[in-house]
Design a binder for this molecule. Structure first.
Ligand code: COA
Length: 142
């Protein structure tokens, strides 16, 4: 996951510690559940082609990051991962999903629009390295 993120300047960037924390068992309180899913290529299932990380805050979900390997972009891998996540959030009776995306990240913005997300707001100077505004996107589930 870290290697994929490293090769994707447009992705959200986390420290090793933040990735490691994903795999530490939590209290089991599902209202603050975090999920991390990967897409692997069969039969070489050790190769991670994409990942998605999301965090539940009561009935709302924040999609924190989604990254598809550069070599397999535009082949439906991201859409498949995202639709699995949306189905999971619906099954868990989630009320909505929100996320932030860099204003200049036109491919991700098109990707989210195609999945049904609406651009609902702007957070000034949300990002650093390089500094940039964030577009807030939302998908209502109920
Ligand atoms: C955004 C990202 C996850 C999309 O994953 P993907 O597997 O390439 O996307 P898909 O093939 O499933 O595309 C689904 C739809 O999204 C839209 N889309 C995806 N990439 C696009 C692009 N570069 N330009 C325009 N539209 C695009 C299209 O509507 C596409 O449907 P189509 O191919 O039938 O036209 C991928 O480009 C990525 O990893 N980007 C770098 C990391 C990143 O920016 N993550 C988002 C952080 S907020």
């Amino acid at each position: 996951m870290m290697a994929l993120e490293h090769d994707s300047p447009a992705a959200g960037h986390w420290s090793r510690r933040q990735y490691e924390d994903l795999f530490i068992a939590t209290s089991g309180d599902r209202r603050s559940e975090r999920v991390a899913w990967v897409a692997e290529e069969e039969p070489r299932a050790s190769e991670v082609l994409a990942f998605l990380v999301a965090h539940r805050i009561d009935t709302e979900w924040e999609l924190e990051n989604i990254v598809v390997a550069g070599t397999v972009r535009r082949q439906g891998v991201g859409a498949r991962l995202l639709s699995e996540f949306i189905a999971h959030a619906r099954a868990e009776r989630g009320s909505g999903i929100f996320l932030e995306v860099r204003e200049s990240n036109q491919s991700a913005r098109a990707f989210y629009r195609k999945a049904g997300f609406e651009e609902t707001g702007l957070r000034k100077s949300y990002y650093s390295n390089p500094p940039e505004d964030a577009i807030v996107c939302g998908l209502r589930l109920s």
